[in-house]
Write a protein that binds this ligand. Structure first.
Ligand code: FE2
Length: 306
């Protein structure tokens, strides 16, 4: 996108992508059309009412140099990683994983009686933290506070601060904000932006009109990603069926990136090193669970959600 200096709201239509072992998902960020919104590298919506769209999941695969944020609103995702973490994410749960120098994991949406509703965001790590020790935060639904600032508006605060309430995800390099905002029909709400941050909204239910003083009004009906640029505040006005959106913001890193599938580093040489580490079995520095040659992703597969 070349309109970084123009105030306004720019709407991105998600692209259908086949990912993992055959998951059909919708990608709004990390596509040839919209590759990077520094520091955000990828945004996938793997929601579906059809089990066949997701049940093959994202088997064992590596990551290096990024953080992945998985947010589940319905259904279940079973996970396991090379740090020894394992469990099931359910409605309202969040997993914030810092791959650092290297992690292997699997993420397997389960067939349940509920439709699957879930999202994954990739956040870049600054160069100084690309090879840090991998970390993992699992946040159960009840630990995510809900803020009600006005009638008909309810906001879950995953990360950052909203209405004086701080979300449970902390100690993240780019100081992200991650909100889940639900608006009833016709309701209006204001969100403020931090100058210099990259900010987007992902509308996944209903439709929203975004109004900014500098840039007029832009409407987005789910599913759409809306990039909000150079504004101090945006007013959200929900359509007749209400709306729900994720609101994500973070400080740009302004560093070069080199990306290859599940690895995002600063140089091609660092990508090459990651591939060599995989081939030589030195990618994981503790607790490898299986033969690295069998790990999904060892041949460059497995970018995207999971
Ligand atoms: Fe993954």
């Amino acid at each position: 996108m070349n309109a970084q200096q123009q105030p306004g709201v720019f709407v991105i239509q998600p692209q259908r992508v086949l990912e993992g072992a055959g998951v059909r998902l919708q990608r709004s960020l990390g596509t040839p059309q919209f590759n990077y919104l520094d520091p955000f590298l990828l945004f996938d919506d793997f929601s579906s009412p059809n089990t066949d769209d997701y049940v093959c999941g994202f088997p064992w695969h590596p990551h290096r140099g990024i953080e992945t944020v998985t947010y589940i609103l319905s259904g279940q995702v079973r996970h396991l990683d090379s740090l020894g973490n394992g469990g099931t994410l359910g409605a309202g749960d969040v997993q914030w994983m810092s791959a650092g120098s290297g992690i292997m994991h699997e993420e397997m949406p389960q067939s349940t009686s509920e439709p699957l509703v879930g999202f994954q965001l990739w956040v870049n790590l600054p160069a100084r933290e690309k090879m840090s020790a991998p970390r993992y935060q699992n946040i159960p639904a009840q630990a995510v506070p809900t803020v009600t600032l006005g009638s008909g508006v309810s906001t879950r605060v995953v990360a950052g601060t909203h209405g004086g309430v701080r979300g449970p995800v902390t100690d993240i390099a780019v100081s992200p904000t991650y909100l889940d905002v639900a608006l009833e029909a016709g309701v209006e709400a204001a969100l403020s932006l931090t100058s210099g941050d990259s900010t987007f909204a992902y509308v996944f239910q209903g439709d929203i009109e975004f109004r900014i003083p500098e840039g007029g009004a832009t409407r987005a009906a789910a599913p759409r990603l809306a990039v909000v640029q150079a504004a101090h505040e945006v007013r959200l006005v929900a359509g007749l069926s209400g709306a729900r959106l994720l609101w994500v913001a973070g400080s740009p890193l302004h560093e070069p990136i080199a990306r290859y599938g599940p690895f995002v580093m600063n140089t091609r040489e660092e990508i090459q090193q990651a591939l060599e580490d995989l081939q030589q079995g030195t990618f994981i520095r503790a607790q490898p669970r299986s033969d690295p040659s069998q790990w999904y992703g060892a041949r460059g597969e497995g970018d995207g959600a999971g």
